[in-house]
Design a protein around this ligand. Sequence first.
Ligand SMILES: NC(=O)c1ccc[n+]([C@@H]2O[C@H](COP(=O)([O-])OP(=O)(O)OC[C@H]3O[C@@H](n4cnc5c(N)ncnc54)[C@H](OP(=O)(O)O)[C@@H]3O)[C@@H](O)[C@H]2O)c1
Length: 336
Amino acid sequence: MIMKAAQFKAGGPEGIYIDDVPVPKPLPNEILIKVMATAINRADTLQRKGLYPPPPGASDILGLEAVGIVQQLGTDSGKWKVGDRVMGLLPGGGNAEYVAAHEDLFLKLPQSLDFLTAAAIPEVWLTAFQLLHTIGKVQKGETVLIHGGGSGVGTALTQLVKLADAIPFVTAGTQEKLDKAKSLGAFAGFNYKNETFGGKVIEITAGKGANIILDCVGGSFYEDNIEAVAVDGRWIVYGLMGGGNINGDFLSKLLRKRITITGTTLRARSVQYKKELIDNFSKMVLPNFESGKLQVVIDTVMPLSNLAEAHSLMEANKNNGKIIIQVDENLNKDEL
Ligand SMILES: NC(=O)c1ccc[n+]([C@@H]2O[C@H](COP(=O)([O-])OP(=O)(O)OC[C@H]3O[C@@H](n4cnc5c(N)ncnc54)[C@H](OP(=O)(O)O)[C@@H]3O)[C@@H](O)[C@H]2O)c1
């Protein structure tokens, strides 16, 4: 059987093409799903440039998430049945009509969520949940500084911080992104293109600084971050959109403030780690989408044939929230 899938020649978005390739066969403990919708992430743009190869054993087709319907079970798979609606956190292969992955990498799609909405959930919400709870161990009342406030991950983080009864602050590069973040619960927002945010965070936290910094920018923000972080603060680096270089007397400031810096990536973690994350997320967070307490933030929905355009939009930093890729042509966009 043949399916359409996203392939690329390493380089710019123009190197993306949709090709006919064989439908994957589910291995033991895997399930095959018919993909209804998927989404793109920054990591896909890095992979396309040849800077972020898939982990060993993962599909080389782009796409870290997909939602759809279970079509076939691999031997030893017992968690799902054919016809179940699921959403998957994938090591690759999501931007295609079918994808096979370990059965523990899927979450049950709540009845009240449609496929296009659900496609905004797996990668950024599980990343955000991992950063804030598994690693950040956020406590009620703590202040949390979130960079990339308009990103897929950032829009999820702002809401999760609020849900944890903590206080989110964001940075972003446009007023529209800051306004959206405030509508999602951000206490304050700083436009990093117009102002330095280190002193502002100190001011707004009455001299204490942020207990947690969730940092997807890295190098270009390090001076403001070291100023903004509280004594005994946790600084979690999960992206390097502003580069990986720092200089100057950084370590003495780190020492004086007793800061803990942690780096993390989700894609290369074990199935067991992701299973625990998915189980905890399913219990603690998923019901809040059904009740309307949490909302996915969708910037755009595009067909799979426009994947190159979707990458260009993301790399121009124009999206505020997720870019969804509709794979099944019959899904109704009005559902959004
Ligand atoms: N470690 C992990 O496990 C993991 C997992 C998922 C995602 N991530 C990381 O999380 C980040 C967000 O991913 P996403 O897919 O949600 O991204 P996204 O939706 O593409 O949003 C990223 C936003 O970050 C801002 N930005 C870009 N370059 C910047 C810079 N140099 N300085 C400050 N802000 C900048 C841009 O908005 P402005 O208009 O505000 O500039 C851009 O729209 C990425 O760094 C990604 O690699 C890491």
